[in-house]
Ligand binder design. Structure first.
Ligand code: DGY
Length: 323
């Protein structure tokens, strides 16, 4: 077999069958990522790399990988890959948009409901033996139906969340790098400045990629603008939120609740203060974790990889920075 490929974790059975039929693939056998040194060492000699969002594919790794023809990420977000370095060395990068849009939007909506209706506290309350009777004013949350939802990032997933929000009769504000004219007419979403969105929304849901412009986009000054009952939902990337500022905002009641599928750092150490706050829910980055979505993204990652190895355009390329 002509091509050698390093895969930083096992994929789904379908994806591995497809990959193994095409090339000689070595799979990192653990469920935790290979160390940086292992990643560097393995990538140095291969023709193709299939990686996950946990693998830091930096300039040094790319520089030393003299045979590398393609990097294929099994995710839509590619903030773990040095795209400028990939561009400098002429290596195409593939990713897996579209196929996980609905799974991630479904989870975002589940988190919106979970935060607004204090589900984690209610579950603990019942299972910890506090449920003695029905109480009129116990565990009161916020309305979701008819509330104002602020979506930051009106790309594929932001729009999919907006579609769900329409079923809940929500007023949908959005802020994005650029105007989403189609979404405005099709979904009735209203473009506002970031400050306006934060000031007016009952629920704020984040759907931006992580890059220099979005790193800690939500920090102390943004929390100051938010409503005291507001629910913050993050299914994007942890570092879009300043974690220390979030802890302070939750503790002082500057905002009402945070529901995070992504954290900074990730994984969030199990001793972290956020786990102890009653008004925070932390999930282990499961946005796209449906059987179907994960199988489809693994298959697409293999298709991107094969195209790159064969010197064809990738089905789903990442736009690399221009020189
Ligand atoms: C992505 O694809 O970037 C998600 O965060 C994981 O599915």
């Amino acid at each position: 077999m002509p091509f050698n490929v390093f895969v930083t974790r096992h994929l789904t059975q379908d994806a591995e069958e497809k990959l193994n039929a095409f090339c000689n693939a070595e799979y990192w056998p653990e469920t935790t990522p290979p160390s940086y040194e292992v990643l560097l060492e393995k990538t140095r000699s291969v023709d193709g790399l299939v990686c996950l969002l946990t693998d830091p594919v930096d300039r040094e790794i790319i520089r030393q990988a003299k045979n590398l023809k393609v990097i294929s990420q099994v995710a839509v977000g590619v903030d773990n890959i040095d795209l400028a370095a990939a561009a400098d060395y002429g290596i195409p990068v593939g990713h897996t948009p579209d196929l996980l849009t609905d799974a991630t939007a479904d989870l975002a909506f589940a988190l919106i409901l979970a935060g607004a209706r204090r589900l984690s506290e209610a579950i603990d309350y019942a299972s910890d033996g506090h449920w003695k009777t029905w109480e009129l004013t116990n565990l009161l949350g916020e309305d979701v139906y008819g509330a104002t939802l602020g979506i930051i990032g009106m790309g594929r997933i932001g729009q999919a969340v907006a579609r769900r929000a329409r079923g809940f009769n929500m007023r949908i504000l959005y802020h994005s790098r650029s105007r989403a004219a189609e979404a405005e007419s099709a979904l009735g979403v209203i473009y506002v400045s970031l400050d306006e969105l934060l000031t007016q929304s009952d629920i704020v849901s984040l759907h931006v990629p992580l890059n220099d412009a979005t790193q800690t986009l939500i920090g102390a000054s943004q929390f100051e603008l938010m409503r005291s009952h507001a629910v913050l939902v993050n299914t994007a990337r942890g570092a879009v939120v300043d974690t220390n500022a979030l802890v302070a905002a939750l503790k002082t009641g500057q905002i009402g609740f945070a529901v995070l599928d992504v954290t900074d750092p990730e994984p969030l150490p199990h001793t972290h203060e956020l786990y102890k706050l009653p008004n925070a829910i932390i999930l282990p980055h499961i946005g796209s974790a449906t059987r179907s979505a994960r199988n489809q993204i693994a298959l697409l990652a293999v298709e991107n990889l094969i195209a790159g190895l064969e010197g064809r355009p990738l089905p789903k390329p990442v736009n690399l920075p221009k020189h």
